[in-house]
Write a protein that binds this ligand. Sequence first.
Ligand SMILES: NC(=O)c1ccc[n+]([C@@H]2O[C@H](COP(=O)([O-])OP(=O)(O)OC[C@H]3O[C@@H](n4cnc5c(N)ncnc54)[C@H](O)[C@@H]3O)[C@@H](O)[C@H]2O)c1
Ligand SMILES: O=C(O)C(=O)C[C@@H](O)[C@H](O)[C@H](O)COP(=O)(O)O
Ligand SMILES: [Zn+2]
Length: 356
Amino acid sequence: MELPVNLEHHSYKISIKTNSLSQIGNWLANLWHKRKLAIITDDTVNALYGSIVKTSLIEAGFETELFSVTPGEASKSLTTASLLYEQLAEFGMTRSDGVVILGGGVVGDLGGFVASTYMRGLSFVQVPTTLLAQVDSSVGGKTAVNTEVAKNLVGTFAQPDGVLIDPQTLQTLNSRQISEGIAEIVKSAAIADMSLWSKLEQLDNKEALVSEAEVIVHACCQIKARVVEEDEFDNGNRLILNFGHTIGHAIENQAGYGEITHGEAVSIGMVQLSKVAEKKGLIASGVTASLREMLTKFDLPIEWPDLNREQLYGALTHDKKTRGSQLKLILVPTIGQAVIHQLPITEMKEFLEITK
Ligand SMILES: NC(=O)c1ccc[n+]([C@@H]2O[C@H](COP(=O)([O-])OP(=O)(O)OC[C@H]3O[C@@H](n4cnc5c(N)ncnc54)[C@H](O)[C@@H]3O)[C@@H](O)[C@H]2O)c1
Ligand SMILES: O=C(O)C(=O)C[C@@H](O)[C@H](O)[C@H](O)COP(=O)(O)O
Ligand SMILES: [Zn+2]
């Protein structure tokens, strides 16, 4: 299956095909000529898929080197980015060369950030290997690293030249990693696609979902491509992709990056936000219960973790949907639709249930 992402200055295709990873050399040879390639990955993905990818690229005629970082959210940092800049320079990467980003959303965001800033920008492709990365992070061109102050505080908008998705790689993920990806699938359905929501309702558990991965990944990429095509730079309707993220990112930051995964934090964020929104009459009654039921079916957390709410509030003031003292909060008034609700950022204390 192939899906186009049609953008004003940088269109590209998402290819979704089981067992395509070993054919990456041919796929890239059709996209790029005469490139020196740097694969950016993490140690776990390297051990599983590094040599398949590197061999295929070398066989296709590319001079290829692989750079691997420590797995986990803590690597999405300026420190790791600096190390990668040095490694790319040592390998002699120039602006006619390209970066192949192989792994989950962490190397996707980090590698995209490094590729788009090294020498003011190299071409790159995304080869996502987690469910989360296949349904969300590999598409749309948001790159970032975290800082102590806030999640994804520093980043770029930089689109890949292509996305190669091999759903077969999902077979080596553990149960928690599958759930984490499902949080973004539930988000995508909740904000924009009632028929995907109905499909998710029919699935008994995550094993059933993984067995239909190709169809579900395609549906999510289609939603994301449609939203990004309309608003590439996140000034309008793209903000709806951030449902659950205002609270979610604050949780990730305050728990310590990687302690609560991105998907888990977004799951909690969607439910806790909707709970208060429902009480305030901002969304239809029953939305929160539907989200709770769906997310718990897929083993995702939905209750507040034991974190200081005032500190959570401090962390969420750095949300990129703020403009001055106003925040654009994403609400789901009924399943399948999203709205942008502007409010003074201080009102988020109500959503965090901070008692005066
Ligand atoms: N740019 C975007 O639009 C966007 C969208 C959603 C999330 N994100 C970001 O994505 C990140 C989360 O991504 P993630 O959940 O993929 O985390 P991740 O990249 O840390 O991957 C999770 C774990 O799975 C391992 N792994 C990866 N592929 C594997 C495979 N096939 N088999 C076995 N293990 C494998 C990794 O080594 C890692 O330990 C967060 O930083 C989040 O902010 C970005
Ligand atoms: O692509 C987008 O736009 C999203 O918001 C997708 C989110 O799932 C993703 O987590 C994104 O990285 C969040 O972006 P941010 O702008 O809130 O840092
Ligand atoms: Zn997300």
